[in-house]
Design a protein around this ligand. Structure first.
Ligand code: UD1
Length: 428
């Protein structure tokens, strides 16, 4: 893990950023499509792939599983998941990114067995895997815990279609079971699924490649299994990252004179656009770009994180930074993850007026002037939020643990420098 940091010279609340800020392909969309290559007969071609750490980790994982991931150009990959010849997931790599858990579905359905450690990833509170274990059991698999790993074994005749109700609509569990059900025997019903655009993009892609799935776009899917027959691939173009889009919008609202966010899908961040517009930010939406101009004296608003199309938990932290600059008191209710407000401690050290009531609720009183500090980026989304806070602050800030930001955002310092942010990557 790199020991790099960002050194940022803040703008003291001035709105000076201008130019074009392009959005990259979505991390959360490309990872499950990479995983799905295991249920294909032939290699799969991916384009608009972001150049980020989590894609490298997934590529390394495939190589450990006996497959090949070829990078044919900067944004194009050929993933030969068809060559995977083992189903034991590398524990060290698994521990480094949570999304590794989505490999369990395709591996189990194709090989009848999968072993994996408790998956790692961001430190954002408890991240259980009960939905995965319960779902696999419903499909007839047996589960053994051995040391630090789980070993899941499908019945001799293969995974069986089942009716699976998710007590919470989990993104990665939905993706995992869609892939598992495609190769299973019989029909699977997945109920109360997640509707995040990354999930829908995966499902639509698989349907385009011949998977028999109905109910796409609704909370219940019916999947008719192939009984082990692999799919024939088509090329996949990664959808724009809506979390990057949202974070850039907030950056624009905080610090832009005139910023245009390009290569994005504004529909995927509709809730944030509406909230920021109501708060007083000047936003113009086109088909695949958003022009944003920050305004002084913007109004506060409350947020409650919710599954899509509600307010995304991944945009909660950057939004809290925005709220420190808005007039009034905001209630922030984080309903999805319990560790996702702990970054507010750093914001308080920078001068924010935030009261943390419990692991899920905080109030933010604004506006407050923020001062540059040295902070640790505790996870991918909070890391980026602290970077936004550093940009709006007065003086110099150091953001440590840049590794977390690199996991999800491609060379952010280059893109931010181009619009006028004074940011430098340093080795400590
Ligand atoms: C995905 C995203 C992440 C985002 C999150 C919520 C990827 C790679 N990551 O993470 O960026 O923050 O969705 O939009 O796509 N849960 C259980 N049991 C389980 C699994 C989940 O109770 O077995 C709960 C979680 O604790 C959480 C809720 O379900 O409260 C939703 O989490 P989930 O959608 O699973 O998040 P991830 O898929 O890990």
């Amino acid at each position: 893990m790199s020991k790099e940091s960002f050194k940022v010279q803040g703008l003291s609340g001035k709105k000076t950023l201008k130019g074009i800020l392009p959005v990259m392909g979505s991390k959360n969309a490309v990872l499950p499509v990479m995983a799905s290559s295991i249920i294909f007969k032939k290699p799969l071609e991916l384009s608009n792939v972001p150049d980020i750490e989590d894609v490298y980790r997934m590529s390394e994982m495939f190589e450990k599983l006996g497959a090949e991931v070829k990078r044919v150009s900067k944004r194009k990959y050929i993933v030969s998941g068809n060559l995977v010849n083992k189903s034991e997931m590398d524990p060290e790599i698994s521990k480094r990114f949570r999304a590794s858990v989505i490999l369990t579905g395709p591996l189990l359905s194709r090989f009848g067995k999968v072993s994996f450690p408790y998956p790692g990833g961001c430190v954002i509170g408890k991240r259980p895997i009960d939905l995965f274990l319960n779902g696999f059991e419903k499909m007839g698999a047996s589960i053994k815990e051995e040391g630090n790993k789980f070993i899941i074994t499908a019945p001799r005749k293969g995974l069986q279609g089942a009716s699976i109700f998710f007590k919470v609509p989990s993104v990665t569990a939905t993706e995992t079971f869609v892939m598992a059900a495609i190769l299973a025997k019989g029909t699977t019903y997945l109920k109360n699924i997640a509707l995040e655009p990354e999930v829908t993009s995966l499902i639509e892609y698989l349907v385009g490649c011949g998977a028999k799935i109905s109910g796409v776009g609704t909370t219940t899917l019916k999947i008719v299994g192939t009984g082990g027959r692999l799919l024939s691939p088509k090329p996949y173009k990664t959808i724009p990252d809506r979390l990057e889009t949202g974070s850039f919008l907030i950056l624009g609202a905080l610090s832009a004179k005139d910023l245009t966010i390009t290569n994005c899908n504004p529909e995927h961040v509709e809730i944030l656009i509406d909230l920021l517009k109501d708060s007083g930010v000047d936003i113009k939406v086109e088909k695949s770009s958003i022009r944003v101009r920050g305004r002084d004296k913007v109004r506060s608003f409350d947020i409650k994180t919710h599954e899509y199309p509600g307010f995304p938990t991944d945009l909660q932290a950057p939004t809290v930074v925005y709220l420190t600059q808005a007039i009034g008191e905001s209630l922030v209710f984080e309903t999805i993850f319990e560790g996702r407000l702990s970054f507010t401690e750093d914001l308080i050290n920078m001068g924010a007026n935030i009261t943390l009531w419990d692991a899920h609720r905080a109030t933010v009183k604004g506006p407050t002037k923020l001062k540059g500090r040295e902070v640790d980026g505790p996870d991918i989304r909070a890391g980026l939020a602290l970077l936004l806070a550093a940009i709006v602050s007065s003086g110099e800030s150091i953001i440590n643990n840049v590794y977390y930001i690199d996991r999800g955002y491609e060379s952010i310092e280059d893109r931010f420098s181009k619009i006028g942010v004074k940011i430098e990557r340093i080795k400590k």
